[in-house]
Design a protein around this ligand. Structure first.
Ligand code: ADP
Ligand code: ZN
Length: 745
C-alpha cells in the first residue's frame, strides 16, 4: 500500500556539508505559517546554511522558519527583507527535510503543516534558561531526623548527580520543606544550572534477561538488521507475553552500541509506567519520554537533546517521529496494529507508515511488534517486503488461555443485566480460589443511550449527530464525538417531563454497578479513563490491582493493552458482538485483535487462564477464528475478501471530507467534485459519493464524504492533488484528505 513511498532499499544516509549562503544572498525560508510556498529572504550578516532554523519577518510579525534552499528570486530584490537571526539550535538535517517533503506529498498536506509537526517545542531559539538544582553539600544537620537522613542517603546514592527540588523530595519521599531546611544549613547545596540537561547515558552492556532460543534467534536477527545501517522492516509477531519487548530491547541495545539513536513508539501513555521501569532496568537510566502529558519545558529539553545527540533513546507517542534525530538507527512501533497510530485530527497520517518512510530515508531499521498485526503489515510480510519473525509461545510456564463462548441465546438474561449466569458461576470459582477475574466491555460511561420513557426521545448532542453518553460517575452527559458535556438533566430536554429518563444499554460504569451487586463481598475495581483525575492516578491504580488490590476488574480497552496482572485467571468479554456488525471495512479485523488481546490478559504468570466470550452469534466466522486460535486462517480469509473487493491493502483508498456550517453548500461542493472526476478517471480511479459522513455533523459542522478507490499501482496522490485543486472553497468550507483512511468517519 505504501507504494508511493517506495523506500530506496539499502541506501545509507548521505553525509555532506549543506550549502552555505553568504550575507545578502537570497534564500527560501519555509515557515510554519499556513502559506503554500517558501518565501525569499536575504541571508543575514555572517551568512546562513541550508537547514538552519531562523527567525524572519512576516508582515508585522516575527516567525519561525527553516532555510529550505536557494531563493527563487521572483520578487524585487530591493524589497526582499533580511533573515532576522539564526537560532542557536542544530540545523535541520537534509534527511529530515526529505522526510517532511515526502510525508507532505504522501498525505497531501501542506509542507508548512508538516514543519509544524517537526517543531513542536516552545521557545526553540531561546537561550537555555537556568533552574535551581540540588546536590550534597558539607557536614551533617543539627538535628538528625528520619526524613533528613533519607534526603542525604538519596544524594549520596547518586553521587555527583543534581536534582530539582521536586525530584529530590519525591525520590526521598519527603516534603520540599525538608530539603529547604537542609539548604539553609548548607548540608544540601542549591545551584543554578542550565535547564536543558543531557539525558543520562544508557548502558547497553548491562546484562539483559537470559533469552530463550526463540527469543535469542529473533533478537540476533533484529540486531543484525540494526548493525547493517541499512533500511529494513521486520514484523515481530508473538502472542502477548512471548517476550517481544525483551527481544526488541536487544535491538535497542544494538543501536546504542553502534552509537545510534533509537525510538520506541507506544500507542498509549498508560503503557509507559511499567514500560519505563523495564527500560531503566535494562539500560541503567531513564530514556526521554515524549507524550502529550509532557510539559513545555520537558518537550523543549527533549527536542534540543535529541537534536544534539544527547538523548539516545526516546519512548514516545506517534508525534515523536518528528523529533530532529541526528543519527537514528532504529524505530520500534509496538502494538503496530493499534488504531491510535492514525492521527485523525489536523494532519492525517499513520505513524506506522511514516516510521517506515523515515527509516527508509535515514538508513534505519524498523521493528513492527504485535500479537495481532494489521492486515497491511501481514500482507507486506507475506509479500516479502518485510522480514517476518515469530515468537511461538508465551515465556515460561504461562500458556495461552483456554477460550470459549457463552451462547447468550440460552442464558435467559433479565433485561438490564449483562453478566450471564454461566459467566457468574465462573467468576465465583475464581473468587473462591483467591484469583482475579476481569469483565471487559469496550464502552466508556454508564450507558450509551439515555431514553425518555415519556416521549421516546434519545438525548443527542446539540452539535453532532451523536447520542450523549451518561457518565454517572461524573454526573454528566458527554458526547464522545466532540467532548461536549452537560449536567445530567432531571427532565427530558424534549418534552420536559420529569423522572422518565432511563439508561439503555451497558457501559463500563454500569457493569461495575452490576458486579458490585452480584458480588457484594468482592473488591470491584472499575478502570475507565475518566474515573481518574490523571494518567498518573490511573497508573497507580493499575499497579495496585496487579499486586492484588482488587478481586474483580471491570475495564474498557484501556486494560486490553500491555498490563500485567499475574493473578488474573479469567476474562469475561461482556459483548463480543460489539463491532462485528459495523459497516467499517476493518470491523472484523478490529474485533479479532481486541478479543485476542483481552484474552491475552488471562493467565500470564504460572496459573492457566480462561477467556469466555458472551455472544449471540457463536457461529460468526470471526468468533470461530478467535476461539480456534486460527490466526493464519483468519488473516488469509480476510485477505482474500479484501483482495476480491480491491480494498486495502490490495487496492488504494482515499477519503475526502468536506465540512462547513451550511449543509447545502457542503453537498454542492461535494457534487461539484464528483462531477469533475476526469483527472481521476484518467488514472483509473473511481469516485463514490458524496454521502453524509457516518457522523454527519461534528461541532456544528456538516460533513460530507467522498471515497476514491484505485488500483494498488496507481500513483493516486498527484491525481488527487489535481482533482481537488479544481474546486474553490468558498466561505467557511473546509476540505481534508485522508489517505488510507482507517476509520470510516
Ligand atoms: P510481550 O511484549 O510479547 O507481551 P514481554 O516482553 O512483556 O512480552 O514479556 C512478558 C513477561 O515475561 C515480562 O514480564 C517479561 O519480563 C517476561 N519475560 C519474557 N522473556 C523473558 C526471559 N527470557 N527471561 C525472563 N523473563 C522474561
Ligand atoms: Zn457532540
Amino acid at each position: 500500500m505504501l507504494k508511493a513511498l517506495k523506500p530506496p532499499i539499502g541506501r545509507k544516509a548521505a553525509v555532506s556539508e549543506p550549502e552555505f549562503f553568504d550575507h545578502g544572498t537570497l534564500v527560501a525560508v519555509l515557515t510554519i505559517q499556513p502559506l503554500d510556498r517558501a518565501l525569499d529572504y536575504k541571508a543575514p550578516e555572517g551568512g546562513v546554511r541550508r537547514g538552519a532554523f531562523v527567525e524572519v519577518p512576516l508582515g508585522p510579525r516575527k516567525v519561525l522558519g527553516v532555510v529550505w534552499g536557494p531563493g527563487q528570486g521572483d520578487y524585487d530584490y530591493a524589497k526582499v527583507r533580511h533573515v532576522i537571526r539564526v537560532l542557536d539550535t542544530p540545523p535541520m538535517r537534509d534527511e529530515m527535510k526529505e522526510f517532511l517533503e515526502r510525508a507532505a506529498a504522501y498525505t497531501l498536506t501542506p509542507l508548512s503543516a508538516m514543519l509544524r509537526l517537526g517543531t513542536r517545542a516552545p521557545g526553540l531559539g531561546d537561550p537555555p534558561s537556568m533552574r535551581k538544582v540540588y546536590r550534597r553539600g558539607e557536614g551533617l544537620p543539627d538535628r538528625v531526623t528520619e526524613a533528613r537522613t533519607r534526603v542525604l542517603e538519596t544524594l549520596e546514592e547518586y553521587g555527583t548527580l543534581a536534582f530539582t527540588l521536586r525530584e529530590l523530595a519525591e525520590m526521598a519521599g519527603v516534603t520540599t520543606s525538608v530539603v529547604k531546611g537542609l539548604v539553609k544549613q548548607g548540608i544540601v547545596r542549591e545551584e543554578d544550572s542550565p535547564r536543558d540537561m543531557p539525558f543520562a547515558r544508557l548502558n547497553p552492556a548491562l546484562p539483559g534477561k537470559a533469552l530463550t532460543d526463540d527469543q535469542t534467534a529473533a533478537s540476533a536477527s533484529l540486531a543484525q538488521g540494526v548493525r547493517s545501517e541499512r533500511y529494513g522492516t521486520t514484523l515481530l509477531r508473538g502472542v502477548t507475553g512471548s517476550g517481544k519487548t525483551e527481544v526488541y530491547l536487544e535491538a535497542v541495545a544494538a543501536a546504542l552500541r553502534a552509537g545510534r539513536q533509537a525510538l520506541v513508539l507506544l500507542p498509549e501513555i498508560a503503557l509507559t509506567a511499567e514500560f519505563l521501569t523495564r527500560v531503566e532496568e535494562r539500560f541503567g537510566a531513564r530514556p526521554a519520554e515524549w507524550h502529550s502529558g509532557a510539559t513545555m519545558t520537558e518537550r523543549r529539553r527533549i527536542w534540543r537533546m535529541v537534536g544534539e545527540g544527547n538523548a539516545q533513546l526516546v519512548i514516545g507517542a506517534r508525534s515523536a517521529l518528528f523529533l530532529p534525530f541526528q543519527n537514528l538507527g532504529l524505530i520500534v512501533v509496538d502494538e503496530e496494529h493499534d488504531t491510535s497510530y492514525k492521527q485523525e485530527d489536523g494532519v492525517l497520517y499513520n505513524a506506522r507508515d511514516m516510521a517506515v518512510l523515515r527509516a527508509s530515508i535515514c538508513g534505519a531499521h524498523v521493528v513492527l511488534a504485535s500479537a495481532t498485526p494489521s492486515l497491511e503489515s501481514w500482507a507486506n510480510a507475506q509479500a516479502g517486503k518485510y522480514t517476518k519473525l515469530e515468537l511461538a509461545s508465551r515465556y515460561g510456564p504461562a500458556v495461552m488461555p483456554t477460550m470459549g463462548t457463552i451462547d447468550m441465546r440460552n442464558e435467559g438474561l433479565k433485561s438490564d443485566r449483562w453478566v450471564s449466569p454461566s459467566l457468574k458461576a465462573q467468576v465465583d470459582r475464581r473468587l473462591e480460589a483467591g484469583e482475579q477475574a476481569m469483565l471487559f466491555i469496550n464502552r466508556r460511561g454508564y450507558a450509551p443511550v439515555t431514553l425518555c420513557r415519556a416521549c421516546g426521545n434519545q438525548i443527542g448532542c446539540d452539535h453532532c449527530d451523536a447520542r450523549m453518553v451518561e457518565h454517572r460517575f461524573l454526573k454528566r452527559l458527554i458526547c464522545h464525538q466532540c467532548g461536549e458535556s452537560k449536567p445530567m438533566p432531571e427532565a427530558c430536554p424534549s418534552c420536559d417531563v420529569e423522572g422518565k429518563l432511563a439508561a439503555v444499554g451497558p457501559g463500563v460504569e454500569r457493569l461495575g454497578e452490576e458486579a458490585a451487586a452480584l458480588w457484594p463481598e468482592a473488591r470491584v475495581a472499575t478502570l475507565s479513563s475518566d474515573m481518574y483525575g490523571s494518567a498518573r492516578a490511573l497508573k497507580a491504580e493499575i499497579a495496585g490491582i496487579a499486586e492484588g488490590a482488587a478481586d474483580i476488574i471491570i475495564g474498557t480497552q484501556l486494560v486490553a493493552k500491555g498490563h500485567n496482572f499475574p493473578n488474573l485467571t479469567l476474562v469475561g468479554v461482556i459483548d463480543a458482538d460489539l463491532g462485528l456488525t459495523g459497516s467499517d471495512l476493518r470491523a472484523a479485523e478490529r474485533t479479532f485483535q481486541l478479543m485476542r488481546q483481552v484474552a491475552g490478559r488471562a493467565g500470564r504468570a504460572d496459573k492457566p487462564g480462561t477467556a469466555l466470550l458472551q455472544t449471540y452469534q457463536p457461529e460468526h466466522p470471526v468468533i470461530r477464528a478467535i476461539l480456534a486460535g486460527q490466526e493464519e486462517q483468519f488473516w488469509q480469509a480476510e485477505a482474500k475478501e479484501r483482495g476480491q473487493a480491491g480494498m486495502p491493502p490490495y487496492g488504494r483508498l482515499a477519503g475526502i471530507i468536506l465540512s462547513g456550517p451550511d449543509v447545502a453548500a457542503v453537498f454542492d461542493a461535494g457534487n461539484q467534485l464528483a462531477r469533475n472526476d476526469r483527472v481521476l478517471r484518467d488514472v483509473g480511479a473511481q469516485v463514490f459519493g458524496p454521502a453524509p459522513a457516518p457522523i454527519a455533523r461534528v461541532r456544528g459542522r456538516h460533513r460530507v464524504r467522498l471515497l476514491v478507490k484505485a488500483d494498488k499501482n496507481v500513483a493516486l496522490q498527484p491525481a488527487l492533488a489535481r482533482w481537488i485543486r479544481q474546486i474553490k472553497l468558498k466561505g467557511d468550507l473546509r476540505l481534508a484528505v485522508d489517505i488510507d483512511p482507517q476509520s470510516f468517519y
